[in-house]
Structure formats: C-alpha cells, structure tokens
Ligand binder design. Structure first.
Ligand SMILES: [Zn+2]
Length: 126
C-alpha cells in the first residue's frame, strides 16, 4: 500500500503523534528525511512515504550552552545527528540523557518534543 508523498507539515503532524516518517524515491530508492521536494540522488519527484522505526544511534553531537531566547532556560542541552536504523540521518535534540553520557554510538529512540502548537524532533534513551 503506497501512501501519498508527504509534506513537511504532514511530517510534523505525524511526528507529534510519535510517528517518524521518511520518503523513499520510487525511481532510485533513495530515502530522505525530513521530506523534500526533489530526490537529491536522481532529481525525480516520485516519493512514497515510509514509516521508520524511530530507532538509531548518535552519529555526532554538539552541546548548546548559550541557547536562543526561547530555549534559554533549557541550556545546556545537546543537539545530535542520529543515524536511524534505516540508514538515514536526522538532526534532533537529546532529552533525558545526561550530557556526560552522550557519546557517539549511544542508542536513542525518536521522541516528539511538543510545545504548544510547535513540534520538534527529539531523541531519548532507546
Ligand atoms: Zn531518486
């Protein structure tokens, strides 16, 4: 069953419900997340939505010590690139893992960070 390709808005609506969705190119099989308009590999626009497991491992990270005003009370916190088990990487904020324990290779699981009407990508302990 093929779902219609999704927009960024749909991506975040689903993320809010805890569902992490990527798009797969029907021409070349490239997987992309978050969804984009054209395939970075072959330039086609023939996406289908694919639900991901949400599991992955930290590929790289940085600790934000001086945050933008809206997040100032949360600093310090970590932002990581997480390599998902499906092979694609996604940027998100690390939650519920102490900064000393954050390291490359640490397993994490997707978790939506909902604040009012805003949803952001987060990752917590696996
Ligand atoms: Zn492609």
């Amino acid at each position: 069953m093929t779902e219609p390709a999704i927009t960024l808005q749909t991506f975040f609506e689903r993320a809010r419900d805890g569902r992490l969705t990527a798009v797969r190119c029907r021409k070349c099989g490239e997987l992309a997340i978050p969804p984009r308009q054209f395939c970075p590999a072959c330039g086609e626009r023939a996406w289908e939505a694919v639900r991901l497991s949400g599991e992955g491992a930290i590929e790289s990270f940085t600790v934000i010590r001086v945050a933008p005003r809206a997040h100032a009370a949360d600093a310090p916190y970590a932002i990581a690139v997480v390599k998902l088990t499906e092979g694609v990487s996604l940027l998100g904020r690390i939650v519920d893992i102490s900064l000393e324990k954050i390291a490359i290779g640490v397993p994490v699981r997707f978790r939506p960070l909902v604040r009012g009407s805003q949803t952001a990508v987060g990752f917590g302990p696996a």
